[in-house]
Design a protein around this ligand. Sequence first.
Ligand SMILES: [Zn+2]
Length: 254
Amino acid sequence: MIDTHCHIYLPDFIDDLGEVLDRAHKNGITDILMPAIDFDSEIQMKGMNHPDIRFHKMMGVHPCEINNSRCNLEASLLAACAGKDVVGVGETGLDYYWSQEFVEEQKISLRRHCKVAKSLKKPIVLHNRDATDDLLDIIEEQQDGSLTGVWHCFNGSVDEGRRAIDMGLYLGIGGVATFKNAGVDKSVKELPLDKMLLETDAPYLTPDPHRGKRNEPGYVKLVAEKLSELFELDLEEIDRITTENAKKLFPLIA
Ligand SMILES: [Zn+2]
């Protein structure tokens, strides 16, 4: 099983990282994809290792961090993402919930991430909060047939999910799909499983029944179990299909 979106490098895990990773391995996790928050994330990612888990870096600037101006430089982004060990570009996206102040900067940053992703032929990782229409409009505008990526922590309607898939995006399914009143499970059920990836977004967005506590990569199994229930398929089948999807979208991890 692959956790395609996990901030395992954050200080939240500093005290018990080894145990967290052992639990992830016990729950079947073979690979962890680490989206950056800003350019400093790379330094934090360096310390990651476990005998049974592969770690993969992605470089980008989170929409809530782009007021930090040096992060807007296209050249630094291109340089940071060019390395062979960088499997994707992100996370980028739009967040109008936490950050109304820098909406225009967020859009500029998103477009730059798209440009870099296309020129390096690497998938983009998209964060969205209260900005679905703008996010999908920019992806549509940027899509020239060469842009691939994932709408991480998918939280849209069925129509929004279809629109994203039609534009070549995958949907990252995380803890929100397990929340009783979020409604995301109802959208997910109507959308194609062969466009879905498993993720945790740890340490955030912890799935039920651990909601409210720190999230960790091993909990991706709870998300897989939710998909197994929604699609009425064995857990092994969910694992097989979503792992295949992840390797298709992120060829560098295969
Ligand atoms: Zn994230």
